[in-house]
Design a protein around this ligand. Sequence first.
Ligand SMILES: [Zn+2]
Ligand SMILES: [Zn+2]
Length: 384
Amino acid sequence: MTEDKKYNWLNTISLSLTFILACTLVPWYGIKYGFTGFEWAVFGFFMVFTGTGITVGYHRLWSHKTYEANAVFQSWFAFWGAVAAQNSIISWSRDHRDHHKYVDNNEKDPYSAKKGFWFSHILWIFQDTRTDKDYGNVKDLQANKICTFQEKYYMPMLIFGNFVLPALIGYIGHTINPHANGLAHSMIAMFLVAGLLRFVLNHHFTFFINSLAHIWGAQPYAKKDTSRDNFFLALVTYGEGYHNFHHTFQSDYRNGVRAWQFDPSKWIIWTASKLGMTWKLKRMQKWQINHKKQEFWGVQSLEGALEQLKTKDMPELKAKLEKTYEEWKTALEAWSAARRKSKTCQDAKMQVKDLQNALLTKRDEFCEAVNSIFANPHSAPALG
Ligand SMILES: [Zn+2]
Ligand SMILES: [Zn+2]
């Protein structure tokens, strides 16, 4: 990545022009000739197909590998992802994996939110920040035949889905229910809504995840980066608005982790798993996300510590630490359960307080033990 601003003129002109035309041509045509219910229905389908091509396919399947899917499922989302015109799966995932790895780092995060709303929303695409040819972080996708096929035929698919297909559906629609102004109008009107308008809306809704979902909303899971949970963004992004959860637990196939949270992408992946089209859906353990203040409880630091210990040849100590860790998890689950009851019962409230204290003691013991190993490798700290 380079700091000097080199503009990618193809991106700049095509994104600006489509935006201007969608804001002018579509309303003008609508007022002059009107759009039919059929045209709006096709627009709706195209919105959902291209939108989920990005969320269910590009994002959760390929970038994060939160589940696995069969070839039919993959091909469908690879095609509609190409129609969404946000680059090939491989390029998109390369940028997105770097976004997670280096989030908010102005040098290495391709769309760092720290560089402001407009940069993370669209200027990074105009400025073409990824001119390097390093594809080291997507070798797995380069070994996937569907991804390489999509990379190769990305442009033909994009043109077919955005121009040919809407016009073709307009043509077929005309043979069933002729347009008052003739065949050309059936094709043009369909292209304007299902092609042009949908193209622009789908772009900006996705771009909001990189811009607004790093500015506007709550941070219930972690404050380690700028990501936010935002219900309103989830509405237009098929559930991707729960971005703080996603940045905290990126391997989870859900973004709206609660059952009631609006996350159609998660519902699609789950339903497909019942039909045998997807499998190995990754979920975080309930106890890990059952409480709000992850950093307060230090879940990640504890797991990190255990991970660090794997390099040490101290089996007895490891066993003791793992036992403490298990006890700590049990205590945390009990605390969560008691907390749920505490809203109605005074006794439970007291229990919560006791458990909370016990839990904190447990955590401190654990951290101290781990620290002492690294400070003095020969000492074996006393642990329950
Ligand atoms: Zn992501
Ligand atoms: Zn993000």
